[in-house]
Design a protein around this ligand. Structure first.
Ligand code: ADP
Length: 366
């Protein structure tokens, strides 16, 4: 690898997480996106009220006030923007908002709205007070976004009829509605859109105790017998994400049923998740192979992204978008201008000893 290659690599070493539309492959056991099985079973597991919604205490408290106040005034609630990683409960919250307001809910997403006309069709068919959930709102087309500004502010849209010089804009009154927008990062939204939300909530990753409550709650609904240590073991491997916690619970349940008496204990969870190669910190095979290559082949780095990708036999995008965000979040890997660097925690996690400090200047404060 030449120095120029290193520079090219280093130039994008700091590329923001989630900057590319492609998410993690849905089939990945620890992927945060919904796969087809999730979609089928999640409906049964979704909390139906704010009181049932686990964790996110600030968001719950603030949202509770927004909804109560609107109910007392007899108006629709302010538009709500939810930001946060996939699987943290944004869709669930939109359903709760509709339920708590006693309003119908319509669900759509940014990528489904490519033309302003698509949005006009949805908006003009809303009922009074309806909650419109717009997932991945940052991926809407620009003309649709501009139509949305007016709809959010004045409950009005201009529908353009005809083309060229003969085109006319026909104003259309809309019934009052509540828009619930969801995005992986609020920073991706243009400020004029962001400013039109009356209430913005940032959803954090869940801590292990909260995830344990999610696992216990889901186990109850799925009628799976789980002991406290079993639930804790699953929670600790769920990457701060309820969707992953629910999915791991289902896989452990299968194992408990086939290989034991159906009860999810710590031992069963450990053995089941060893089969699925999800380790005690929630890393899967891909995450571990990236870390292992970084440590064993490159002495902990710094190494360029392309080189690292070749070493693990994956596409560069897979390493960057699928494996790295979690490794960075866990403090196992750092993206530096000089390339990827393993942290002391990465050595410890894989049970390896870092090389002597003198051999790796710059790595451990050298
Ligand atoms: P998002 O829309 O952010 O991708 P979802 O709302 O679809 O996430 O949530 C994914 C799954 O995780 C749902 O099945 C839901 O049951 C579960 N879930 C999410 N948040 C919570 C929570 N706070 N308490 C309990 N279950 C939750």
């Amino acid at each position: 690898m030449t120095w120029d290659d290193h520079l090219a690599d280093a130039a994008d070493a700091d590329a923001p997480e989630g900057a590319h539309p492609a998410g993690p492959p849905a089939e990945r056991l620890v992927g945060a996106g919904a796969d087809s099985e999730d979609t089928a079973v999640e409906a049964a597991l979704r909390p139906r009220s704010l009181a049932e919604f686990v964790g996110q205490p600030k968001v719950r408290e603030q949202l509770d006030l927004v909804l109560r106040a609107a109910r007392q005034r007899g108006t629709t609630a302010d538009h709500v923007l939810l930001s946060g990683a996939p699987g943290l409960g944004k869709t669930t919250l939109s359903m709760i908002i509709a339920a708590e307001m006693g309003a119908p809910l319509r669900i759509t997403s940014g990528p489904a709205i490519q033309h302003a006309g698509d949005l006009a069709a949805i908006l003009s068919s809303l009922q009074e007070g309806e909650v419109l959930f717009l997932d991945e709102i940052h991926r809407m087309s620009r003309p649709a976004e501009e139509m949305l500004y007016m709809a959010m502010e004045d409950f009005r849209v201009d529908v353009v009829v005809g083309k060229g010089p003969g085109a006319t804009a026909i104003p259309l009154e809309l019934p009052p509605f509540t828009l619930v927008g969801a995005t992986t990062r609020a920073g991706l939204l243009p400020p004029p859109l962001r400013d039109r939300f009356g209430f913005t909530a940032h959803m954090e990753f869940y801590d292990p105790a909260e995830l344990e409550r999610v696992v216990n709650r889901s186990a109850r609904l799925l009628e799976v017998e789980t002991d406290a240590a079993g639930a804790a073991e699953i929670a600790g491997r769920s990457r701060g994400t309820p969707r992953i916690a629910n999915r791991l619970l289902r896989r452990v349940r299968d194992f408990a049923q086939v290989k034991a008496d159906g009860v999810v204990t710590r031992d069963i969870a450990v053995r089941a998740l060893a089969v699925y190669e999800v380790d005690e910190r929630g890393l899967d095979r891909l995450d571990r192979s990236v870390l292992e290559a970084l440590l064993k082949l490159f002495g902990g780095g710094p190494v360029g992204l392309s080189t690292l990708a070749v070493a693990v036999g994956e596409e560069r995008e897979t390493v960057e978008e699928v494996a790295e965000p979690f490794l960075v979040r866990e403090g196992l890997l750092a993206r530096t201008p000089r390339g990827r660097v393993a942290t002391a925690a990465a050595w410890a996690h894989l049970g390896l000893t870092p090389p002597e400090q003198s051999a790796q200047p710059g790595l451990f404060g050298g």
